[in-house]
Ligand binder design. Structure first.
Ligand code: NAD
Length: 438
């Protein structure tokens, strides 16, 4: 198929490369000229395992191209994916739809023939119907149809998640199902042949599926973090507890790691946008639940910052080593990263922050130039009064107490991701503090 992808950020660049891998002819469109030229050279503008190989292979073969021209893209494709950002609005918890609106206004008048528009961006329920109406008003052809195909990829495993998704969700408007579903089946013929389920539903259900999925994951994390606080109060161990309840298939062990809480470009803003939309619709139970999920999440950051400041109390010019800056391992994304948030709070409180991350330092430094950045975990730990483990990168989990013992000033480690072995660190003479861990 001939496919255009509008917006080539974390989602769009991955989607474009994976569509080429599935055998389609793809053109990616972005308003950022630097991003377009890097992608056209076959270079990934961000760290995502497996993506550089796909970009190189398919830009070299010509099956994957990038442009800033809507005209070129509109002529080069029959299926148009909207994959631009929907960040939080600066003035409220709601989603900022200006990038999506800009795509619709620019693309709509250029659509011809039997083009199909598929939304991928995460949007508040009700958005897709408005977009379908607007595109019908703008497009010279009455045959244009709009569906919503939310994306569930996870940064760090985005290529795998796109090529082998758990499920494909497709929302269609009344009367539009036939053509949109058959085109979608052709686009995803590979994963569907491998047994990926396709859920076809109405536009509102498709939009809600995405924010409900992210809100559920966020709720799971805030649930275990609130249990961790109870564990702290009675000297119980939340990691053992999570293992024990996780054996129950109805609960499951994943997303039950107590720690610094969720962050990144999706979960926090999707939870906030869902809360705002639920409140707008007058559904207060959902809005209140999600407000609590957020409150618990932000309290985790305060708890870890407080633990670090307590460790530094009474020390002149204290130094904190911050290991890990990204919101999760295997990504360079520091958007709404809990690690970076805590690091900047410590710096604001007068602590000298010495940070290290295997892939997130350039992005972190752009946002927080006031922090110190070091080229190895050992260098970041030099003369530190407290070591904070903030992101569970393999390189950080692999550090042993003896690796750092002679480098630090004080043997105090705060394991904000509960990813170290407390017994090993305590036996080696360290003061170990985790989250809800004895
Ligand atoms: P991003 O900010 O990384 O990328 C957005 C891209 O769109 C940027 O490259 C920007 O230059 C470009 N853009 C902005 N306006 C444009 C326009 N008018 N025309 C063409 N390009 C334009 O965002 P992202 O993380 O890729 O997320 C995109 C959407 O996907 C969001 O709705 C997000 O919630 C959703 N999503 C993201 C992920 C993820 O892991 N990042 C996963 C699932 C869903």
């Amino acid at each position: 198929m001939r496919i255009a992808v509008f917006g080539t950020g974390y989602l769009g660049a991955t989607h474009a490369a994976c569509m080429a891998e599935l055998g389609h002819e793809v053109i990616g469109v972005d308003v950022d000229p630097a991003k377009v030229s890097r992608l056209q050279e076959g270079e990934a503008p961000f760290f995502e395992p497996g993506l550089p190989e796909l970009l190189r292979r398919h830009t070299a073969s010509g099956r994957l191209r990038f442009t800033h021209s809507y005209e070129v893209a509109a002529q080069s494709a029959d299926v148009h994916f909207i994959a631009v950002g929907t960040p939080q609005r600066p003035d409220s918890a709601a989603a900022d739809l200006s990038q999506v609106d800009a795509v619709v206004e620019a693309l709509g008048p250029l659509l011809t023939g039997h083009a199909v528009v598929l939304g991928k961006s995460t949007v508040p329920v009700g958005t897709a119907t408005g977009i379908a109406d607007r595109i019908r008003a703008l497009a010279p052809s009455p045959e244009i149809v709009v569906g919503w195909n939310p994306e569930f990829l996870r940064e760090g495993t985005a290529v795998h998640d796109t090529l082998c998704p758990d499920r494909i969700v497709l929302g269609v408007g009344p009367g539009d199902r036939g053509r949109i579903e058959s085109v979608t089946r052709e686009v995803y013929a590979g994963p569907l042949a491998d047994g990926t389920p396709l859920v076809v539903t109405d536009l509102a259900t498709a939009e809600l599926t995405k924010v409900a999925a992210n809100s559920f994951l966020a709720t799971k994390i805030s649930f275990i973090n609130s249990v961790a606080e109870v564990c702290d109060a009675v000297d119980a161990d939340v990691s053992v507890l999570a293992d024990a309840i996780g054996f129950d298939e109805r609960i499951g062990r994943r997303f039950l790691n107590a720690g610094l809480g969720f962050g990144g470009a999706c979960l926090p803003k999707d939870v906030r946008a869902f809360r705002a939309r639920a409140a707008e619709l007058g559904v207060s139970a959902a809005a209140n639940l999600l407000a609590d999920v957020e409150r618990i999440n932000s309290r985790q950051r305060t708890r870890v910052a407080t633990m670090a400041l307590e460790a530094c109390r009474g020390i002149d010019n204290p130094r904190a080593a911050v290991l890990g800056l990204t919101f999760k391992p295997d990504s360079d994304d520091v958007r709404d990263s809990p690690a970076l948030d805590v690091a900047s709070r410590l710096a604001a409180a007068g602590v000298t922050v010495q940070a290290w991350d295997p892939h997130g330092m350039d992005n972190a430094e752009r946002l927080h130039p006031e922090l110190g950045y070091f080229d190895s975990p050992l260098a970041a730990c030099k003369a530190a009064d407290v070591v904070l483990v903030m992101t569970e990168w393999d390189e950080i989990r692999a550090l042993t107490p003896s690796d750092l013992a002679d480098t630090v000033s004080e043997r105090v480690v705060i394991d904000a991701r509960n990813c170290l072995d407390p017994a090993a660190w305590r036996t080696a003479g360290w003061t170990y503090r985790g989250i809800g861990r004895r």
